[in-house]
Design a protein around this ligand. Structure first.
Ligand code: KIV
Ligand code: NA
Length: 267
C-alpha cells in the first residue's frame, strides 16, 4: 500500500499473516527500513538508551521524542510510524496523554502512538483515539515501570496470568486500542492473549504467535555490543563492519594513501 495504516495491520490479523516492526530514530535508518518493506516503524523511547546513552528509558522527554520522530517520518513513504509516549508525558490524566499525542502528530507527523500501561490507562486510550490518534497499548514488561516491577523480568508467570493478561488486553482493545504490544511474556500466554483479541498483537520476547514482531535495530543489526536479551536475534554485525571500515580509513589517512588524485580537484 501507499502507506500502511491500522486497517492493514488489522487485515494481517484477520487473515492470519504476520507483519514486521523495527525501531528507528533518524531519517537515514528509517529510509533504509522503509525501502526494505518494513511495515511499521517504532520511534521507541529506547532512544534514551540507543541514541542518548542513558541506562533507562526514564529521562527522555516529549520534546526529544518529537525530534527523533520527525526525522523518522521524513525518511518514510510506506511504513506506518508510531512513537512512544515517554515517561512523564501521559500518566497524570487522559487529557495529558491526549495533549502529548496531539503534539507528536502535529509537530512530528507520526501516524499513531504507543503507551505503556494496562487497565488504568483505558480512559487515556479512549480519549486519544476519539481525538484522532490511534493507540497501541504496551503490556507485559513495561520498562518505564522497571522500578516498580523490580527490574527486567518476564511478566505473566504467576497463577492465572493468562486470563488476567487477556482481560487487561481486552479492556484496552475495547477502549479503542488498535493493537496491543506484549514485551517479555511467555509464548503460550502471548498466544492466548492474541487469540482472545480481535485486534492485532505485536511481540518482543513474546514468542511466535503474535501478529507482529518488533526488535530494537541496534540489537538486531549488531551495532550494540555486550550482553543481549534472550529475545534478540542478531541478523548482522554492524559493529564489526563499521569498525573495520573506520580502522581502514584511519590507517590510510595516517599513511597518506587517502586521498588520492581521484578524490581531489585540479586547478
Ligand atoms: O522503546 C522501544 O524500543 C520499545 C520496543 C522495544 C517495544 O518500546
Ligand atoms: Na518503549
Amino acid at each position: 500500500p501507499a502507506r500502511y495504516r491500522t486497517v492493514h495491520l488489522q487485515k494481517a490479523k484477520d487473515e492470519g499473516r504476520h507483519f514486521a516492526m523495527l525501531t528507528a530514530y533518524d531519517f537515514q535508518m528509517a529510509k533504509v527500513f522503509d525501502d526494505a518493506g518494513i511495515e511499521t516503524i517504532l520511534v521507541g523511547d529506547s532512544a534514551a538508551n540507543t541514541m542518548m546513552g542513558h541506562d533507562t528509558t526514564l529521562p527522555i522527554t516529549l520534546d526529544e521524542m518529537i525530534v527523533y520522530a520527525g526525522s523518522v517520518v521524513r525518511g518514510t513513504r510506506h511504513a506506518m510510524v508510531l512513537c512512544d509516549l515517554p515517561f512523564g508525558s501521559y500518566e497524570l490524566s487522559p487529557q495529558q496523554a491526549t495533549e502529548s499525542a496531539i503534539r507528536l502528530v502535529k509537530e512530528a507527523g507520526v501516524h499513531a502512538v504507543k503507551m505503556e500501561g494496562g487497565v488504568r490507562y483505558a480512559e487515556h486510550v479512549r480519549m486519544m483515539t476519539d481525538a484522532g490518534v490511534p493507540v497501541m497499548a504496551h503490556i507485559g514488561f513495561t520498562p518505564q515501570s522497571e522500578n516498580v516491577l523490580g527490574g527486567y523480568r518476564v511478566q505473566g508467570r504467576t497463577e492465572g496470568a493468562a486470563e488476567a493478561m487477556a482481560q487487561e488486553a481486552t479492556v484496552l482493545q475495547d477502549a479503542g486500542a488498535f493493537a496491543v504490544l506484549m514485551e517479555m511474556v511467555p509464548a503460550d500466554i502471548a498466544r492466548q492473549v492474541d487469540e482472545a483479541l480481535r485486534v492485532p498483537t505485536v511481540g518482543i520476547g513474546a514468542g511466535p504467535s503474535t501478529t507482529g514482531q518488533v526488535l530494537v535495530w541496534q540489537d538486531m543489526l549488531g551495532l550494540r555490543t555486550g550482553k543481549m536479551p534472550r529475545f534478540v536475534k542478531q541478523y548482522a554485525d554492524l559493529h564489526s563492519v563499521i569498525s573495520a571500515a573506520v580502522t581502514d580509513y584511519r590507517r590510510e589517512v595516517l599513511e597518506g594513501t587517502f586521498p588520492t588524485a581521484e578524490h581531489g580537484f585540479e586547478s
